[in-house]
Design a protein around this ligand. Structure first.
Ligand SMILES: Nc1ncnc2c1ncn2[C@@H]1O[C@H](COP(=O)(O)OP(=O)(O)OP(=O)(O)O)[C@@H](O)[C@H]1O
Ligand SMILES: [Mg+2]
Length: 533
């Protein structure tokens, strides 16, 4: 499926700036479709001027569609759809008198020329806030209050501006089959749609320079307010009213000044929130979020600027209480888990330090050695918890951990042996249930190789990993002295290998073999299943 860019580059003469305008139009035109209860198709003239290509399409979420098939990529010749040609040639919005029945349902067609405003040109007319003021919305904060004030004065009419450029035509098709006597809501929607269409034709919508909206903005169906020039509510959709009721409003919303009303509800004891005042006045295309009584509401202002003057604004309203509550919950849960790992690590380090202290006091060499080993065992678990305390998930990049455990082993090797262990292959990301026992197993095996195999002589020590989709194979191999005569894993009663066996077989449901290595030394093989990773 070709994208808007693909089609435009291949078939039309649009340049990069045009394309950007188209992208920002298309990213925001759901609003126009929803307010119009209509399908939108964006037609761009073909390079050779012979006709049109459809580069984007939008269906309304508020009403039935006209086009059940996708039309993107379709071309039509000039003369085929008179309404499109006329809107383009005469640079004006065209509306057909009678419904078109060619698709089987009555459809009202309308076409809107798409004009791109040049930020440097005069297409902005006298309105500083509604048009593409660089840094207007982009500033996001309260920096451009000055520009907003400028909007209050009506500028010179939108005459022949130097930055004038037309890019294509929007075909707006309304399925009339379900049309009823329009309610107040529908009339407000349609009036607002017609204002927005006018803004598209004047190069005032989309708001260029606006930050791309990453989180889903409120949609028409979420809740809609219409404001007059003074920021007073002239219409409130039932959803918008409900949102304000939840914020604590008991009085009427229609007739109220939105900025002051919202501030009273949400910031009663606080200094005036400038960003809210700008959004709620409808002077700038901006978003904000307000909270009161446990309800969180997102507001998005769309200034309506038609014929060079600001006539009011639409404010889309969405109750995001549940969404934000879930986000907060997730965030605190993650943070708590990380904090727990951090504390476990600290505690383990304290335990290791205590053991080390005790070891130093001991006069019996075996006792001291035993305690020093315990210190290392505790240390390898601490490493896993430390790694987990840095990641939001309960899984870790085990290569990191393995390398630290390996480095620890080389530290305990006798100075004359100078073992430099190395890792071949990668473990990748592992769940913590696997990472913790595996880190301990590696510690034991590496320690054995260094202590028993390579104690008297230098040699090679390798950890060879191969990871399959559902299993992990690990070989710890040294070319040292080899296993003692008559060694048997099953009957070995020493602690190290018992730990290894318990963890590999019991905890990890894996297999373990310890055998003489070909060419001398010892090879320990682990096969660990990775369920559901
Ligand atoms: N890589 C190896 N090379 C040679 N011998 C080994 C190797 N690994 C294990 N062994 C032999 O297996 C025996 C059992 O090892 P195990 O780790 O269970 O005990 P340990 O290392 O002696 O004591 P600890 O309980 O402190 O680990 C060792 O004493 C050693 O003789
Ligand atoms: Mg051992």
């Amino acid at each position: 499926m070709p994208t808007l860019s693909d089609l435009a580059v291949r078939h039309t003469a649009l340049d990069d700036a045009d394309l950007e305008w188209m992208h920002s139009l298309v990213s925001d035109w759901q609003l126009l479709a929803d307010l119009s209860f209509a399908d939108l198709i964006l037609w761009i003239p073909l390079k050779d001027g012979s006709g049109w290509i459809a580069v984007a399409q939008m269906r309304p979420t508020t009403g039935p569609t006209v086009y059940h098939d996708d039309v993107v990529g379709t071309t039509i010749a000039r003369g085929e759809r008179e309404l499109i040609d006329t809107a383009w040639d005469e640079r004006r919005i065209c509306r057909e008198g009678d419904p078109d029945w060619s698709t089987g349902v009555p459809v009202r067609e309308e076409t809107i020329p798409v004009r791109r405003a040049d930020p440097a040109g005069g297409a902005l007319g006298g309105c500083a806030s509604g048009g593409p003021v660089p840094g207007g919305l982009a500033s996001g904060g309260s920096a451009s209050v000055g520009a907003a004030n400028g909007a209050a004065s009506v500028g010179p009419a939108n005459g022949a501006a130097p930055g004038q450029r037309y890019l294509g035509v929007i075909q707006r098709s309304t399925n009339l089959s379900s049309a009823r006597t329009p309610s107040r809501l529908e009339l407000t929607y349609l009036q607002s749609a017609s204002d927005l269409a006018q803004m598209v034709a004047e190069g005032r919508f989309p708001f260029s320079g606006a930050e791309p909206i990453l989180v889903r903005s409120p949609r028409v169906g979420d809740g809609l307010l219409r404001l007059d020039r003074a920021g007073r509510v002239t219409y409130a959709s039932p959803n918008a009213l409900s949102a304000y009721r939840r914020l604590g409003l008991t009085a009427d919303l229609v007739g109220a000044e939105l900025g002051r009303t919202t501030a009273t509800l949400c910031y009663a004891d606080e200094p005036i929130n400038e960003n809210l005042m700008i959004v709620a006045s409808g002077r700038e295309p901006r978003e904000t979020e307000v909270e009161a009584g446990g309800t969180v509401v997102q507001l998005r202002a769309i200034p309506l600027v038609v014929g060079g003057g600001r006539i009011g604004a639409l404010v889309l309203i969405r109750d995001v209480t549940e969404l934000r509550r879930r986000e907060r919950e997730l965030m605190t849960k993650d943070a708590t888990i990380r904090e727990i790992h951090h504390r476990v690590k600290n505690n383990l380090q304290t335990v290791a330090a205590l053991l080390r202290l005790q070891a130093r006091r001991l006069q019996v060499p075996e006792g001291r050695e035993a305690l020093e080993e315990a210190v290392r065992r505790v240390g390898s678990i601490a490493i896993v918890h430390e790694t987990l305390s840095h990641t939001p998930e309960e899984q870790v990049d085990f290569d990191d951990i393995a390398d630290r455990v390996i480095a620890m082993a080389s530290e305990v090797s006798a100075p004359e042996a100078q073992v430099v262990p190395r890792r071949v292959g990668t473990f990748g990301v592992l769940k913590s249930e696997i990472a913790t026992p595996l880190a301990m197993v590696l510690t034991e095996l590496l320690q054995n190789a260094v202590q028993h195999g390579l104690a008297q002589r230098p040699g090679r020590l390798q950890v060879i990993v191969s990871r399959e989709a559902d299993r992990l194979d690990v070989i710890v191999s040294d070319d040292g002295a080899g296993l003692p005569e008559g060694f048997d894993l099953e009957s070995s009663t020493s602690l190290g290998l018992q730990i290894v066996r318990t963890l590999v077989v019991g905890e990890l449901s894996g297999r373990l073999a310890i055998e003489p290595r070909q060419g001398g030394g010892t090879e320990v093989t682990l096969a660990i299943p990775l369920p559901g990773t």
